[in-house]
Design a binder for this molecule. Structure first.
Ligand code: HPA
Length: 240
């Protein structure tokens, strides 16, 4: 057991899908995993382990924002020997290069968070995705004809951002979508020398005001989960 995860070490798989919403973790487990077992309900942050095409996989909620995700990702890497975490979430589109329902594979994550200040002082660390995970995910997305885009994410501490110009500034630097967790995930994966990737469907668009219906969100989310699970199967079968 770790402080926030009430599981024995062998109850969590080496590969973890991490949605923000704990009910999504349950939905992933019940929809896609064989023999899912609940291993955590501390603070309602549900975690399940089952198998997908013969590979053990866990689905663990992270909660919203980098401090919350940071707790779960840290404990998984530090105390459960998790090899890889794929964050599966939604983001707001920032750039005209993306439209709602696209799936962004987050190459890197800029942030307005101060979370890394105690780690690096004046140095600005560049949180980046694991290349191998990213390469496999891009391959799988292409094969499955998913509307995939690769590029930067903005991990903001503010869902309701009082800075009305930051989105367009970042879009001008190639950042595609805004969410609230990827930078902390990438930083922790780097700290523990593990693999991480954030994949996000564009649920709404800050430039166009376009939004997806809940039906569309569900369908796109489903496609993205299958892509993430197939990525894990391929990683398990090949990479070190
Ligand atoms: N901001 C932050 N996170 C999000 C957004 C957004 O607009 N949309 C989906 N996740």
């Amino acid at each position: 057991m770790s402080t926030h995860i009430g599981a024995a070490p062998d109850q969590i798989a080496p590969y973890v899908l991490m949605p923000g919403d704990p009910y999504r973790a349950r939905w992933i487990a019940e929809t896609f995993l064989e023999d899912p077992v609940l291993y955590n309900d501390v603070r309602g942050m549900l975690g399940f382990t089952g198998t997908y095409r013969g590979v053990r996989v866990s689905a663990q909620g992270s909660g919203m924002g980098q401090p919350s995700l940071g707790i779960y990702a840290h404990e998984l890497f530090a105390e459960y020997d998790t090899h890889a975490i794929i964050r599966v979430g939604t983001c707001g589109g920032l750039s005209e290069k993306v439209k709602v329902r696209d799936v962004i594979l987050g190459v890197a994550a800029s942030t307005d968070s101060a979370m890394n200040r105690p780690r690096f002082g004046d140095v600005t660390f560049a949180p980046a995705a694991d290349f191998e995970l990213m390469r496999i995910a891009a391959e799988v997305a292409e094969e499955r004809l998913l509307p995939m885009v690769t590029g930067g994410l903005f991990s903001s501490d503010q869902f309701y951002n009082p800075n009305s110009t930051i989105a367009s500034t970042l879009a001008g630097y190639g950042v595609l979508g805004v969410e609230m967790e990827a930078a902390a995930l990438y930083t922790l994966a780097a700290q523990f020398s593990r693999r991480a990737l954030a994949v996000c469907t564009v649920s709404d668009h800050l430039l166009t005001g376009e939004e997806t219906s809940s039906q569309e969100r569900q369908e796109t989310f489903e496609d993205m989960i299958v892509m993430a699970l197939e990525t894990i199967v391929r990683l398990d079968g090949g990479a070190s």
